[in-house]
Design a protein around this ligand. Structure first.
Ligand SMILES: [Zn+2]
Length: 508
């Protein structure tokens, strides 16, 4: 996921906040193969025009913006000068604008899920990197959404596409065919020719799949898998965060390795770029990894009104929870689940400075050295928390309850809408939720707010799990002898010693 912390329900906001100075935008995709768009529109008068230069580790975005022309309300052109790539200063306030953006696909394939691009067949338009950050002139830090007011204002968008192309988005469309955008930061558009759109409703959520390219699985296989994952998450959280969601499933715009994928979730839109594995079983297994993870982001953090950098929870714990859901759906065996924790432990151990910062501190530097803590170490700590809570409560409680409790209390409901932006600190809320169970009061302090070193063998032994090391690789397995309580706990997590086939599980 993403730096987008809140999902705002579209319709309620658009109708309640629409104002006289509503931003209106038109984006024209040029029909040549160079990947360019022309953006025109009107907004509140501004002199400072600033485009985001970086997003989630993708740099130099500002230099893609060119040929900015500004006008006042009467249509008189206003001179502007370029201060830096993507930074422009107008001589007097301007309320109408026109510029071009070059959208050649990014060089690193993984970046193509995070920023706008176009090639001759299709593309992704993400308003976050196509529109100015703050036409009203306020400067805004890239990750600090509370200051990004201007770009977060409601807007209407008209798209003009080359002949034969279509667009699809999770944004609502009005009778005139314009998209009504509640929060431009969250708006993602799939455009192209031969896009395939299919829809299914599961667990109260209507999920649209926008697909292009060919895989070893069909669109309905992908939509069915996504529906199973949504339902499994809904069962944990007790409710869905929105009625409508979109999954964009594209090949990489550049040639990429078949076993690679890259994904990002904004609001209730998942963008997933995936390589092409030849076998259907392998391709679906590959698809299930990002799907279980990204769809969980609809709830955490996108469905929550929490602020601050609590990436350790909404990334690392999400990896853990997604793996648990994959076991529950028989997409992952119990041993594969343990192997994933072993790999996360190895990733954490190999990280430079791996115990220098607490998870809370590492989350503030996710793109500058904190990544292995935010993802790998935090996944291991999620496992420790889940094991401990299950054990202390004799399998009455688990991490599932923590998710459900947080969602019940901090869900950004459609009624509260934009008011809900003033959220509580994510780390504080989660740590409080951790300590709500008897015996778990110290866990957050020991493992999350302090820079604790993890001795994996010592931590796992009480739960009947043993750790072996092969060179730099860690393998977690089930101990030869188990107490009854250890056996019950591991069964609840998906372990089954009654049958030989790892895919079969004890009926529960
Ligand atoms: Zn994520």
């Amino acid at each position: 996921m993403v730096l987008t912390l809140f999902f705002i329900a579209l319709l309620s906001c658009v109708t309640s906040i629409a104002s006289a100075q509503q931003t209106s935008i038109a984006i024209r995709v040029l029909p040549d193969s160079n990947g360019r768009v022309v953006v025109e529109g009107s907004c509140a008068p501004a002199t400072a025009w600033s485009f985001r230069d970086s997003y989630a580790g993708v740099l130099n975005l500002g230099s893609r913006v060119d040929g900015l022309r500004l006008f006042d309300a009467a249509g008189t052109e206003i001179t502007n000068r370029k201060i830096a790539p993507g930074q422009f200063q107008a001589a007097t306030p301007a309320s109408k604008f026109r510029y071009e953006v070059s959208l050649a696909p990014p060089l690193r394939p993984a970046d193509a899920a995070k920023v706008s691009w176009l090639n001759s067949d299709r593309g992704l338009l993400m308003l976050r990197d196509l529109l100015p950050v703050s036409p009203s002139g306020a400067s805004a830090k890239d990750h600090d959404r509370t200051k990004d007011q201007a770009v977060g204002e409601p807007a209407t968008l008209r798209l003009s596409l080359p002949e034969g192309w279509v667009a699809h988005s999770n944004e609502a469309q009005n009778a005139a065919g314009e998209f009504e955008i509640a929060d431009a930061d969250l708006a993602v558009f799939a455009v192209g020719h031969q896009l395939r759109i299919s829809t299914a409703t599961t667990a109260g959520m209507t999920l649209s799949l926008v697909a292009a390219g060919d895989w070893a699985f069909t669109d309905s296989d992908a939509l069915e898998l996504a529906g199973q994952v949504v339902k499994a998450h809904r069962d944990v959280f007790g409710a869905v965060p929105s009625r409508r969601a979109t999954l964009i499933l594209f090949p990489f715009p550049q040639s990429g390795a078949p076993d690679k994928w890259s994904a990002e979730t904004r609001g209730a839109s998942v963008t997933l770029l995936i390589g092409k594995l030849p076998s259907k079983v392998a391709a679906l297994a590959q698809l299930s990894v990002p799907l279980t993870h990204e769809l969980l982001h609809f709830w955490v953090p996108n469905g929550l009104t929490l602020d601050g950098d609590y990436d350790w929870f909404y990334e690392g714990f999400t990896i853990y929870q997604a793996a648990r859901i994959a076991v529950r759906l028989d997409r992952l065996t119990f041993q594969e689940f343990l192997n994933a924790i072993g790999r996360a432990y190895d990733g954490y151990s190999a990280g430079i400075d791996h115990d220098r910062w607490s998870l809370v501190e590492a989350s503030k530097r996710r793109w500058t050295g904190g990544e292995s803590s935010v993802y790998s170490k935090s996944m291991v700590i999620a496992f420790l928390y889940d094991l401990k809570l299950r054990s202390l409560s004799h399998n009455k409680h688990s991490l599932d309850d923590v998710y459900r409790n947080i969602f019940r209390e901090y869900h950004s409901s459609e009624i509260r809408g934009r008011q809900a932006r003033q959220g509580s600190d994510g780390s504080e809320v989660v740590l409080k939720a951790f300590s709500d169970y008897s015996g778990m009061q110290d866990f957050g302090r020991l493992f999350v707010s302090n820079a604790a070193a993890i001795n994996l063998a010592e931590q796992l032994a009480p739960f009947g799990l043993q750790v072996e090391t092969f060179g730099l690789r860690t393998r977690i397995g089930v101990s030869e002898t188990l107490t009854r309580q250890q056996r019950d706990l591991l069964h609840d997590l998906g372990y089954n010693d009654y049958v030989r086939s790892p895919r079969q599980r004890k009926p529960s």
